[in-house]
Each structure stands twice: as C-alpha cells, then as structure tokens.
Design a protein around this ligand. Structure first.
Ligand SMILES: CC(C)(COP(=O)(O)OP(=O)(O)OC[C@H]1O[C@@H](n2cnc3c(N)ncnc32)[C@H](O)[C@@H]1OP(=O)(O)O)[C@@H](O)C(=O)NCCC(=O)NCCS
Length: 234
C-alpha cells in the first residue's frame, strides 16, 4: 500500500521536505522505495545527488489543442458511457476513496504490481495540478458497473497533462482509450489549455500508436523517474 511519505523523527531539512512533497512511497521488485514524479534532466540531477537512481525513461508526447475539431466530432464508442468526476483538494470526500479503490484495481490491470497507482497515489495525481478531471468509462445503462477504463487529466495555466490512462484488458481495441483521450482534450480546451502533454515508456507500442493516431507529436526531450530505497524512520 503506497502512501505519501512521512518522516516522523527524520531531520526536516529543506531537501527532505522537498522529497516528502514530491515523492510517493511504492513497492518495486519487492523493495520499499521512494519514487519521484516524471522529471526532466535538471531535476533528475538534483534527485541523483540525494541518492536516487533512474529507473524509467519516458517519451513525452504533445497535442496542440488549438485544432481539435476533427477529433471532437468522432462518433462515441457504442455501449460505453464516460462520466466525469473530481476529488476534493485536501481531505477526500465520502465516495472519493471508494471510487479511487475501484480505479486502483483497474490501474493494476494496466500497469502491474510495481507501477500501479494506489488509492493515495491516485489522489496525489488528481491534486498535482490546480484543476483536474477524472473520466470513467462504464458500460451504458448498467448502474454500479465497475469501470472499464479511466483517465485523469489536469490543467496548470495553458498546459494540460494526461496523468493516467488505462483500459481493462478485456475491453481493449474498442476505442475506449480514444474516447477517454478525446474527452480529456475537450475538457482541457474548455479550461483554456493550449496543448496536452502525456508521457509513456518507449516500448509501450499500444500507447504510442494510440497517441499518434490522435495527432500527438514526440518532444525531443524525454523524462525520467527515479527511486531510492526507503530509509526506515528513526
Ligand atoms: C494503451 C491503451 C490505453 C489503449 O486502449 P484501447 O482502448 O485498446 O485503445 P483504442 O481501442 O482506443 O485504440 C486506438 C488506436 O490505438 C492504436 N492501438 C491501440 N492498441 C494497440 C496495440 N495493442 N497495438 C498497436 N496499436 C494499438 C491503434 O492505432 C488504434 O487505432 P485502431 O482502432 O484504428 O486500430 C491500453 O492498451 C492500456 O490500458 N494499456 C495499459 C496501460 C497503458 O499503457 N496506458 C497508457 C500509458 S500512457
């Protein structure tokens, strides 16, 4: 179970406070680790100086949102509804954690044990931008049906971020991800974002093909994720 990092008893240096604010606790290869968000080269150097090691390289893709007319008129995926949600900024509301629990289960089907988002990491992802929206795909007309896909999008100033995107394995190939990304683009545009950024692993051929089918282009500079073995609090 991941959680935001707390360091009761640890020295409260400015560096440690920054790590507490930015990193999440996770399990990787059976080890408890602190994991950074996806960062650029300069920030990566700072984390390396704090004892972190690069564990993942990511490709950054970008979609201009000033021209989306051709995509926004795409026909919706039959038999699938997309609803929109948000989580409270500070204390989770009743229902936020339950919804995040079902999304965390779905997330694990897409990313596996080491890279899945836990409930706390999902809440953290939603709160990492000033505004956000959670898009949940479910079969139409069936109440309380489990989600079959979800996306989290956030906007900070003129930039939108697609923070997460997963479709349940048995529902892939039905253009559900396409519908979720197009919905995210429409929402981001309505919040005055000018472009949408997403990152993915260089070998994630399905995701790369999906984004390219929606006219995303690849940025020259990528991002990295770093980890450090978690020190037991003393
Ligand atoms: C990537 C993912 C979200 C795609 O979901 P999906 O609902 O199957 O995607 P769509 O049906 O909307 O596919 C749209 C396009 O993407 C491409 N695509 C999707 N899956 C593909 C695959 N396995 N191989 C090659 N191209 C693929 C195709 O171009 C497809 O267009 P088409 O329908 O004309 O063939 C899904 O595979 C997934 O959840 N993967 C695990 C989590 C993940 O990688 N998330 C993205 C990380 S940023």
């Amino acid at each position: 179970m991941s959680a935001r990092v707390t360091t009761t008893g640890a020295p409260r240096t400015a560096d440690q406070r920054r790590i507490n604010r930015t990193c999440v606790s996770a399990t990787h290869g059976g080890r408890r680790v602190l994991r950074t968000p996806a960062v650029g080269t300069t920030e990566a150097r700072w984390y390396e100086a704090q004892g972190f090691t690069i564990v993942q390289h990511l490709v950054v893709l970008r979609r201009d949102l000033t021209e989306t007319a051709s995509l926004l008129h795409r026909s919706p995926t039959p038999d699938v509804e997309i609803s929109t949600h948000s989580v409270a900024r500070r204390r989770a509301r009743t229902g936020d954690r339950d919804r995040c629990a079902s999304l965390a289960d779905l997330d694990a089907t897409g990313f596996g044990t080491d890279w899945r988002l836990t409930i706390d990491a999902l809440l953290h992802a939603c709160r990492s931008t000033p505004i956000h929206c959670v898009f949940i795909a479910q079969p139409s007309g069936i109440d309380n049906e489990m989600p079959i896909g979800y996306a989290i999008a956030g906007v900070a100033y003129e930039t939108a971020y697609l923070q997460r995107l997963v479709v349940a394995p048995e529902h892939r190939g039905r253009r559900i991800a396409t519908a979720l990304v197009v919905a995210s683009m429409a929402w981001a545009r309505s919040k005055f974002a000018r472009h949408l950024l997403v990152n993915t692993e260089p070998h994630n051929t399905a995701a790369l093909a999906l984004y390219r089918s929606l006219d995303f282009t690849t940025d020259a500079d990528g991002l990295v994720v770093l980890e450090r073995d978690e020190q037991p609090a003393t």
